[in-house]
Design a protein around this ligand. Sequence first.
Ligand SMILES: Cc1cc2nc3c(=O)[nH]c(=O)nc-3n(C[C@H](O)[C@H](O)[C@H](O)COP(=O)(O)OP(=O)(O)OC[C@H]3O[C@@H](n4cnc5c(N)ncnc54)[C@H](O)[C@@H]3O)c2cc1C
Length: 389
Amino acid sequence: MSGNTNVTVVGGGYAGVMAANRLTRRDDVNVTLINPRTAFVHRIRLHQQAAGTGEAVVEYRDVLAEGVRLVADTVTRIDAAGRGVSLASGGTLGYDHLIYAVGSGSAAPEVPGAAEFTHQVSTLEEARRLWSALHATPSSAVVTVVGAGPTGIETAAELAERGRSVTLVCGAELGPYLHARGRRSVARRLAALGVTVLAGPGTEATAVTRDAVRLRDGRELPSAVTVWTAGFGVPDLAARSGLSTDAVGRLLTDETLTSVDDERIVAAGDSAAPSGLPPRMSCQAAMPLGARAADTVLSRIADEPPATFNQVFGAQCISLGRDAGIFQFADKYDVAVWLSIAGGPGAKLKELVCTGVVKQLAKEAHRPGGYRLHLLTRGDTRRRLLRAA
Ligand SMILES: Cc1cc2nc3c(=O)[nH]c(=O)nc-3n(C[C@H](O)[C@H](O)[C@H](O)COP(=O)(O)OP(=O)(O)OC[C@H]3O[C@@H](n4cnc5c(N)ncnc54)[C@H](O)[C@@H]3O)c2cc1C
């Protein structure tokens, strides 16, 4: 064994890969990334994977630094006291520092019938299953998408643009995050694609059967394929390992992203809850959180005080098929403002974001320490206000 410091990153999504790459700044750090698959899943393209308009799998060799050891396995337990993790394959692995970046997946739907009769698009396997289900169904059959957040809107638009007959069940409002002006623009695009949008009181799905979706107002919508996009959940690994979590199951940390239970464990991405006030679950937050988590560990190794988390959100970007999109700007409190870029330019911006994310990871792999978005100061004001509230 060398005198090097061993850092284990659990989860090879946006946050985990960013963190692992950044940790290679130091030659005396051995970085191990544990992830169930041997390829990176570019989740923000999963609706395209399901519709057959894009590929969400990226080879790790294209985004991961050469110095990172990739272990294809699943962590089943973290032993904080013993500084080790148990693997599904049966082995264990010790660490000096651990970065917890297990991300998110679909929330278990509680509506009767939803677990049995709906598809989801949160993981690669789910997206591939939805693609197969769509291919086994006549193209004229109705597809119902439940949930009108960004994932639901993107999925509905992508499928409608491919000629599917789509109903979007909003439950309440279409795109709750959007400014009214942006929402109108999205509604126009969905109408042009032929999507039936059911929004407002009474449109909450209350039951799902093999071939229908029932709404609270009593309507029963025929549905050959139903896609459930209402909400994300997180893996229960932290809770199962006896670590403190928020109510959803994200690892509870301080503002340096350090676990409130153990200085050797740092969290990033969708599975982190800094001060119990997690930022919006997004790739947009996962990348800077990954960089911050790595910096916290590097500071500890250097015996320096780690800096605090500082999230900057400026927008939400939603694709509306391949030909249109919306880039909805937000203020420093992550509240949508009147300004948005829609249509073809919106689609181009969204595509720039999707390709840019992979490029940023690759850049950090080749020049660790180059990523700087988490060092902007604007987000700090918002965190201070949130904590004071
Ligand atoms: C269809 C779709 C579209 C989206 N579009 C956008 C968008 O446009 N913009 C945006 O900002 N966000 C978007 N998101 C959300 C975004 O994908 C997530 O917020 C983001 O993936 C979170 O990154 P992460 O690194 O925290 O986790 P993930 O990307 O989920 O990665 C976590 C990794 O950890 C692995 N893992 C889990 N458990 C274990 C374990 N026990 N042991 C080892 N490894 C484990 C997982 O397999 C996975 O590889 C979209 C999501 C979906 C589903």
